[in-house]
Design a protein around this ligand. Structure first.
Ligand SMILES: N[C@@H](CCC(=O)N[C@@H](CS)C(=O)NCC(=O)O)C(=O)O
Length: 211
């Protein structure tokens, strides 16, 4: 594959997931940045790539891939390297479920455009942050319980999976909203992941567009 182009933004947690997966698979890629606060995700040129106006998108050999989990699974299926999903079907289902707690049930409810709509309905900045904090805390509580029976250092044993790829960016986002990371197991997973170059290189503060 020619170097894919990742359309992202340093603070976008969904883009962060894909950066981690690309790094774990050692895929070189080029960046195209779209500033979310400036609304660049809604520019016509970007909407032509992703009609949802959401980051990320990964352009591979002229084909546009969207939805971070679908992109991570595409990379897992097509690029050699550490597997992001277990071979065993039940474990694979459990890993996907943990990833989806974050990607389907936490993140969409506290995404930028949802919070902007809440502000538009008249909620104060503090009320909007409280909304985000509650959603994140409820979701992380459940995530913590889902992986409670699993050994470390990562969410599901000694292999990094899609669950870790979702968790680490979500913890960055949680802190932005003032959530206390009160789950020792999740904090330990984060520490183990960030010790890997694939994660630390993908961190928001290490991106060229970081502010
Ligand atoms: N389910 C999508 C979510 C993508 C998404 O919501 N991206 C955020 C950044 S993390 C975004 O582009 N938000 C723009 C907005 O809310 O206007 C995925 O996993 O790729």
């Amino acid at each position: 594959m020619a170097d894919p182009v990742l359309h992202g933004y340093f603070r976008s947690t969904a883009s962060y997931r894909v950066r981690i997966a690309l790094n774990l698979k050692e895929v070189a890629y080029a960046d195209a940045f779209h500033h979310l606060r400036k609304g660049e995700q809604r520019a016509p040129e970007y909407l032509a790539l992703n009609p949802q106006g959401l980051l990320p998108a990964l352009v591979v050999d002229g084909t546009v891939l969207t939805q971070s989990l679908a992109i991570c699974e595409y990379l897992d299926e097509t690029v050699a390297g550490p597997k992001l999903l277990p071979d065993d079907a039940q474990r694979r289902s459990r890993v996907r479920a943990a990833a989806q707690v974050i990607a389907c049930d936490i993140h969409p409810v506290q995404n930028l455009k949802i919070l902007d709509r809440l502000r538009g309905l008249g909620l104060s900045g503090e009320q909007v942050n409280e909304w985000a904090r509650q959603v994140i805390e409820e979701g992380l509580d459940a995530f913590d319980r889902l992986i409670a029976g699993e050994s470390g250092p990562y969410c599901f044993g000694d292999q990094v999976t899609l669950a870790d790829i979702c968790l680490v960016p979500q913890l960055v986002n949680a802190r932005r909203f003032g959530v206390d990371i009160r789950w020792p197991r999740l904090a330990a997973v984060e520490k183990a992941c960030l010790a890997l170059a694939a994660f630390s290189k993908a961190a928001p503060e290490n991106q060229p567009d970081a502010e």
